[in-house]
Design a protein around this ligand. Structure first.
Ligand code: GLP
Length: 241
């Protein structure tokens, strides 16, 4: 694991955007794994800015998002589909048919999961996977469990995750209780991983992932076994390392 200490959120975003931009420039037909949540918004803003300045070209890039709430409409402004369009897809020249987000309203969610894994494999796997980190150490929506799930699957959300995500919904009751998420196996097969994290409330989760034992009760701890994983955090998030 490579740990990069940034000053603050803006600095985390700048440094992480730099790594994504380097990937896009050095391999213009890259497959990017993308994340939602508040952590990556700043880096998406940077990428949009560089695109508008003519420094980046996304025309050959394909993207696969990590997760989506089960049962949510894509038109719902809390869906991750909506989030990605609002924060990135609508502002850069990514071909719209090359941006993949799991469909939370799929008639057969299990089939949706299998098709998603097949599509990623058909494209040769993920070159660079962007990640955030949940307070309980979850990555994507892989919650603490007894094992590390391999493929895309349906996941029940932990009360702490529901509580953390309630800030985006009208009330905690409105937060979906299940999600579709890429599995740990697929994430670990990405050739590069960049995890962005900020804030003192994530310091325990970061310490558990970096210094704790590798265990499915802290899903992000598996990243210790990845050959090319970079964690970019602000001082507060890295304060317990
Ligand atoms: C959600 C997402 C994760 C994200 C996490 C942290 O649970 N499924 O992919 O990493 O929230 O979100 P935030 O960056 O808002 O703290």
């Amino acid at each position: 694991m490579r740990i990069i200490k940034a000053k603050d959120y803006a600095d985390v975003s700048l440094k992480a955007a730099g790594l994504l931009a380097a990937q896009v420039m050095t391999k213009p037909d890259s497959v990017l794994g993308l994340a939602t949540g508040s952590s990556p918004i700043g880096l998406y803003d940077r990428l949009i800015g560089w695109y508008q300045e003519g420094l980046l070209d996304f025309s050959g890039i394909e993207t696969f998002n990590l997760d989506e709430y089960l049962g949510i409409e894509r038109t719902n402004d809390q869906s991750y589909y909506y989030f990605m369009h609002e924060h990135l897809f609508d502002h850069v020249n990514l071909p719209k048919d090359k941006t993949h987000v799991l469909n939370g309203r799929a008639e057969d969610p299990e089939a949706e999961c299998r098709a998603y894994d097949d599509a990623i494999r058909a494209r040769g796997g993920i070159d660079l996977q962007l990640l955030g980190l949940g307070h309980d150490g979850h990555i994507a929506f892989n919650e603490p469990a007894d094992n590390f799930p391999d493929g895309t699957h349906i996941q029940g959300l932990d009360p702490r995750t529901i509580e953390a995500n309630a800030r985006f919904f009208a009330s905690e009751d409105d937060v979906p209780k299940q999600a579709l998420t890429m599995g740990i196996g697929m994430i670990m097969r990405a050739r590069k991983i960049v995890l962005v994290v900020n804030g003192a409330d994530k310091a325990d989760a970061v310490a558990a992932c970096v210094n704790g034992p590798v265990t499915p009760s802290v899903p992000g701890s598996i990243l210790q076994f990845h050959p090319d994983c970079t964690i970019i955090g602000d001082e507060a998030a890295l304060s317990k390392l």
